[in-house]
Structures are given as C-alpha cells and as structure tokens.
Design a protein around this ligand. Structure first.
Ligand code: ADP
Ligand code: MG
Length: 442
C-alpha cells in the first residue's frame, strides 16, 4: 500500500475511537513519513505533539497499524513541520454537527507568560506554569494556583492557555470560572441541554477554571464538575484551577472534589514584595511607552502593596493626572496621589516606630521621651507625617503614641514634612527609604 493511502486508512480506523476534537487536533496535523517492515515513521509539527501522541495514542496507533498490515511495527515520531498535512481530505475533516459547537478559545492575549513579571513571590508558580506548557496533561495535573486578589492568578492561568495555544493552535482550550460553570449548568438543566454542556466541557484538551472557591455550597454543580474533572483527567487533558485560598479552607466543598483539587500540584502566589512591585511598575511603563524616573517608581512601589491590580491602577492614575496637568513625573508631583494609599499596607504604628528607630539608630525611649535634641526632631516629624497621612490616625492618638505630646505639635510636625517633601530631596529620599522598609516588613 502506498504510504499516503495507508495513512488515510489508519486515520479512518482511528477516527471513531477518539473524540472529534482530539482527532482533528492530534491526527490531522500528523502525517506518515516512511514505512518498512520494521517501523513506521510519523511526522509531527512539534516535539510537544510527538510526546502527546506517544503518551495518549501510542497503543491506539500501533493496534490500528497492526490491523491494517498485520505486522508489529515500531512507532517513531519525527518532528518536521514542513511535512505537515495542511489540508486533510474532506471526508476525514467532516466532524458531524460538532463543528458548529466549537467556540474559538476566548483567551485574552493580553495575559501571557512573556509579560508576566517573575519575582520571589511568584517564581514557583511561574515555573509550574512553564512545566505545564512543556508537558501538558502529564507534568502536574491539576495545577492549582492560589493566593489573594490581584496577585496574578488569572494572568498566569491565561498565560498557560495562550502559550499552549501558540504551540498547538488546534488545541481546544476552555477558560471558564466556577461561576460561569455554575451558570452554564443551571441553564443546561433549564433548557434540557445537559448533553451539550457535557460535550463542551468534556471535550476540552485544556480546561482552565478560575476562582473555584465559588463552587462552595453548590452541591449539584460540584457533582457535575467532579465528573467533568475525572473524565478530563483520565484522558490527560490539562486542568488548571485558581482559588483565593487553599482548597482545604474552602467551605462546603465535597471531600471527593477537594481531594481532586489537591491531588496535583498546589502553588501559592504571595503578595508581591517591594522588588517585584518595582519590576512590575517598570514593565508596565515599558508596555505603555511611559518613562518615569526610578525614584518615582520606587515611591509608588513602596506606597502600595499586596495587589498588583491596584498598583497598576495607581500608576495609570498618576500618568493620566500628570499628563492632563502637563506636569513632569517628579516625587513632588506624584506624592499627592499616594497619600493614604499605604493604608493598604498591613502595618501598624508600632512597625512605623521601630522602622524609624532602626533607620536613625535611636531607641524608642528617646524618641517618645521629652528630650528635644536635634537628631530627634526629624524622626518624630516623619512619624507624625506617616501616621496621619498613611495610617490615618488622629493627631490626638499620635500625640499619645509619642509620649503624650499635644495634638497641635503633631499637626505642626506633619505639616513640616508636607512642606519639605516638595522641595527637599533629602527628605524625599528618606521617606522613600522608610516606606520601602515598611513595605518589605510584610
Ligand atoms: P488575580 O487573578 O490573582 O486576582 P490577576 O491575574 O487578575 O490577579 O492580576 C491583576 C492584574 O495584575 C492584571 O492586570 C495582571 O496583568 C497584573 N499582574 C499580576 N501579576 C503580574 C505579574 N507578575 N506581572 C505582570 N502583571 C501582573
Ligand atoms: Mg483572578
């Protein structure tokens, strides 16, 4: 038999045994190379393909070959994209009515692995994401990313999806959230289209489910998702999940589902530390074609923490405000936009006191005591400023904290720094350093 003829016959045998999407995704992109009495060489477009075909369909291909030519041949996969069959014969392409239900993957290309800034707080998660792109379905399945809001879980998950799509454009990748899944499920029940729902989700090669914490308390949705999960896992489809907390801590999730969630690799993403925040700000500036001085970015990075979404929002707010007023991005000009934003920092006044003491090499007794020597004045004023502007404490309370000083003294100290910060570079630098120290304490 001629080789192309043989390949066609092979595909006809294989077709009924795999899902349409897998057939189209894996087999129609491969082609036969050579065949002799010992082996059959199959050309595939990428190494990833070779591996997938090997892990998923080795037995299937081998037994189909044996049926056809009644001989045990070894299988060899060779990567050669030029040998790729671009247009498969019509009869093989025909997928019944399933074709109409294929949705283009709705993955926002904005979130990719290239623009994901890697730092100490997310490098493990990033490495896991890369491993999955290398070996989907086999490296870690499921991968569960968890962490607070705005730390980059969705970005990283979509980054995986986009990277896989780039490697294999025909992969069926579904991105959904636990809420969307729940809505789909409820709607499928109401419209009696359960079969469609199952077909849609269970044919995925890659299933990305965001925010699984919202499965909490939804018993019948959990049941449906449990079966979806099992089916996909059995056929080595990659599953990636995100959660705002470790799954063990999500209330009202069935134990058997929980055990699935924790059964692969779980990685947390921590709130970004100062260096990561700074790197993200720099990256966002480059992305937006904006040039801000390093010290300005440092001040922004030290004024906010935990949430990259807010950090980015603040950066945009500052850029827009300054450009509408035609002001250069100096420390003086951006400071007003940062006031109060440190309230997000999980710091209290005690941390502020100890950072200031450490920075100026003072002891707390002197700082809060009656002495008025020169070296104590500026540190006290800085405390007054940070506690009013960033921690929103009342001037009375700050007076108490600083050894029962009068509230007018506190107001004076605060105003003094407000005045200096717009003209004294030393004070600017001091504030940045101190805020940086405060924000790395978390
Ligand atoms: P989460 O899903 O954890 O709530 P997102 O993934 O939606 O957070 O991230 C919030 C915003 O911060 C998005 O705009 C995202 O692009 C950005 N972001 C988060 N982490 C990073 C990172 N490491 N590098 C670049 N941008 C990031
Ligand atoms: Mg998210």
């Amino acid at each position: 038999m001629e080789t192309t003829q043989l390949w066609k016959k092979l595909l006809e045998k294989i077709k009924p045994q795999v899902s349409p999407i897998n057939f189209r995704g894996w087999f129609l992109q491969a082609s036969i190379g050579e065949i002799n009495d010992k082996k059959i060489v199959i050309y595939v477009p990428t190494a990833f393909f070779a591996e997938q075909l090997k892990t998923r369909y080795f037995d299937l291909i081998q037994s189909a070959t044996k049926e056809l030519i009644n001989q045990d041949l070894s299988l060899e996969f060779k990567v050669d994209s030029s040998k790729l069959v671009k247009e498969a014969p019509e009869d093989i392409f025909e997928l019944g009515n399933f074709q109409t239900t294929i949705a283009k993957p709705a993955l926002n290309p904005k979130y990719n692995l290239e623009n994901f800034v890697v730092g100490l707080t997310n490098n493990v998660a990033y490495a896991a994401a890369q491993a999955i792109v290398q070996n989907p379905g086999t490296a870690y399945n499921p991968l569960l990313l968890y962490g607070g809001t705005g730390v980059g879980k969705t970005h990283l998950m979509l980054g995986i999806g986009n990277a896989l799509l780039k490697k294999s454009p025909r992969l069926k990748i579904i991105y959904s959230s636990s809420e969307t899944f729940t809505n789909d499920y409820v709607e499928a029940i109401q419209t009696r289209k359960m079969a469609d729902l199952r077909a849609r989700y269970r044919r995925a090669d890659v299933l990305l489910i965001d925010d699984i914490q919202f499965f909490s308390g939804r018993d019948s949705t959990q049941e449906e998702f449990f079966h979806t999960f099992n089916e996909l896992q059995t056929k080595n489809s990659q599953i990636v999940l995100t959660s705002d907390r470790p799954p063990q801590e999500i209330a009202k999730i069935e134990d058997r589902l929980k055990s699935r969630f924790v059964g692969g690799l779980m990685v947390d993403i921590q709130p970004p530390d100062f260096d990561t925040r700074l790197a993200i700000l720099k990256a966002k500036c480059i992305e937006k074609g904006e040039i801000l001085p390093e010290e300005t970015l440092k001040l922004i990075a030290s004024s906010l923490d935990s949430n990259i979404r807010e950090l980015e929002g603040k950066l945009i707010q500052i850029i827009q405000a300054l450009s509408s007023k035609n002001l250069p991005p100096t420390i003086e000009n951006i400071t007003p936009y940062l006031n109060g934003s440190t309230k997000n920092l999980r710091i209290d006044y005690k941390k502020v006191l100890s950072v200031i003491c450490e920075h100026f090499d003072l002891n707390l007794k002197d700082l809060t005591g009656p002495k008025r020597q020169k070296g104590l004045v500026l540190p006290r004023h800085l405390i007054m400023y940070i506690l009013t502007e960033d921690l929103n404490l009342t001037v009375e309370k700050i007076g108490q904290i600083l050894g029962n000083r009068d509230h007018t003294t506190v107001m004076h100290g605060r105003d003094k720094i407000k005045e200096l910060i717009v003209k004294d570079r030393e004070v600017q630098k001091l504030l940045i350093d101190i805020k940086q120290k405060l924000s790395t304490l978390n």
